[in-house]
Design a protein around this ligand. Structure first.
Ligand code: MG
Length: 151
């Protein structure tokens, strides 16, 4: 099973920025390490990738996670803003990967993303409440999907 875990930062890990680096709580760092054991962790954040890589280092990830490169102007078509601006870029990135199942964890996933994920049996969306961020229940949800226990 080639599993991917796409992980947003703001609204999910809710880090604080101090001395030019992002920091998350030890509890949240433990959840991210759990996610990294479920599959290949990939940053899906609009933060500069250098900040995401530093964050991964601070969290204690065994491997340096890739980061999806998003353009500064997220809307693929500025004249028709999408409910989920990252969707276009995530789909494009996933189209170049070899994987069996993928989980995308982001606090901003709209109806367009939900519709796409319904059509793509290999993709499952996990959408934390940005005020709470990532919880153990979200990790359990990701684990169940990647283990094939839920469609
Ligand atoms: Mg977010």
């Amino acid at each position: 099973m080639r599993a991917l875990v796409l992980l947003d930062v703001d609204g999910v890990l809710n880090p604080r920025l101090a001395a030019g680096r992002l920091h998350v709580s030890p509890e949240r760092a433990a959840l991210v390490r759990e996610l990294a054991e479920l599959g290949r962790l990939v940053w899906a954040t609009t933060y500069p990738s250098v900040l995401a890589h530093d964050l991964g280092e601070g969290i204690g990830l065994a491997e340096r996670a890739d980061a999806i490169a998003f353009p500064a102007e997220l809307d693929a078509d500025p004249d028709r803003p999408a409910p989920t601006p990252k969707l276009h870029w995530v789909r494009r990135w996933l189209g170049r990967q070899h994987y069996d199942r993928a989980v995308w964890i982001d606090d901003r996933l709209g109806a367009d993303a939900a519709e796409w994920a319904r059509a793509e049996a290999s993709v499952h969306l996990v959408s934390p409440d940005p005020r709470e961020g990532l919880l153990p229940s979200h990790v359990a949800e990701a684990r169940a999907f990647l283990a094939g226990e839920r469609a």
